[in-house]
Design a protein around this ligand. Structure first.
Ligand code: FAD
Length: 304
């Protein structure tokens, strides 16, 4: 069996989530990587555990329509096609599955054998074991469940492929991407999140950032905080946001609604700071501080 992994490059490096998908794919046998866009073929070729990099420089913006058409053309050579459960993967692989009349399997957390996979359902409250009888198994991988392969150590060959003809169904307009020196939320070792209790956007900067700076942490937010304009959408953690499983998750001024827990309850150590001792976040917290975050966070930054 040979698996194909759609990989993503960010800031000149293969994203950690893609490297986790490669680690997952290696359970099936040999692994090839598919890279869309001009840059990164040499970086991808150095990845550990890759046999071959298929590079498609002409597909610059990973639009779902041409990318899925390309993958459908390659599918006959592969037993499994994977990607990270990222925006790109979630955009392209379901369309590919539609083209192949296959059932995509999303957010895989465990691979039992080549056709049996475990994935969360009901906002992470249950785990479903699913079996696929498709000839090509298509799946997105939850990165927190698989240790990424190393960025170096490999020497894969690179094969350049042409892009399929553009059917004109979609075109790239522009990319709005926020720049941050902080670690990526989904793979950060430490995450500190704020909720509605932060009261406004400026408090995200003045209260969360000093603690995050000291801990080298990524900053997350509850949906209520995002909906209130305290934090940008890409910082949302939860069922309809990002799924994180850091070594340390500090939840401040957020109640711990079930949809938020779906995105962070697998964190190794959870610390909650909340005024309300009955807040549901304390049910999953390893350490709880009942108190006012406006006093605790500055004291914590100072102590650190
Ligand atoms: P609140 O529930 O208002 O909690 C604020 C907390 O701050 C309270 O517990 C309060 O005691 C505390 N607080 C207030 N002041 C202070 C202070 N000074 N010091 C300390 N603590 C203080 N939510 C997500 O987060 N992520 C998701 O992905 C998500 N997806 C959803 C999908 C669906 C389909 C639906 C229906 C909902 C979803 N939600 C999601 C929303 C979720 O149900 C909650 O509404 C939301 O998580 C609440 O955010 P919050 O905890 O910040 O706000």
């Amino acid at each position: 069996m040979t698996a194909l992994v759609l990989i993503e490059i960010e800031n000149g490096r293969v994203r950690q989530a893609s490297r986790s998908a490669i680690a997952a794919a290696s359970r099936f046998g040999e692994v090839d990587a598919l890279l869309l866009g001009e840059a990164g073929a040499e970086v991808a070729a150095r990845l550990s555990g890759i046999r071959k990099v298929l590079h498609v420089p002409a597909l610059k913006h990973a639009l779902a329509e041409p990318a899925a058409a390309l993958l459908a053309g390659l599918a006959g050579s592969y037993s499994h096609i994977l990607s990270a459960a990222s925006s790109t993967g979630k955009n392209i692989l379901p369309r590919l599955a539609g083209l192949l009349d296959a059932q995509p399997i999303s957010d895989v957390v465990t691979i039992q054998d080549e056709s049996t996979f475990v994935r969360p359902i009901y906002a992470g409250n249950a785990l479903a074991t699913v079996q696929s009888s498709d000839s090509v198994r298509i799946m997105t991988i939850r990165s927190s469940s698989f240790d990424p392969v190393a960025e170096d150590g490999g020497s894969a060959s690179v094969e350049v492929l042409d892009a399929p003809a553009n059917e004109g169904k979609s075109s790239f307009v522009k990319l709005d991407q926020s720049q941050s020196d902080r670690p990526e939320l989904e793979v950060a070792r430490v995450v500190i999140s704020g909720g509605k209790g932060l009261k406004d956007a400026s408090n995200f900067h003045t209260l969360l950032e000093p603690v995050a700076d000291k801990l080298g942490a990524a900053i997350g937010a509850s949906r209520a905080a995002v909906d209130s304009g305290f934090a940008p959408n890409e910082m949302q953690v939860g069922q309809t946001g990002k799924v994180v499983a850091p070594e340390l998750y500090i939840a401040t001024g957020l109640s711990g609604a079930i949809q938020h827990l779906a995105g962070m309850k697998d964190s190794r150590v959870i610390v909650a700071i909340n005024l309300d001792p009955e807040a549901p976040i304390f049910k999953v917290a390893d350490y709880g501080m009942v108190g006012d975050l406006f006093e605790i966070l500055p004291a914590l930054a100072k102590a650190l």
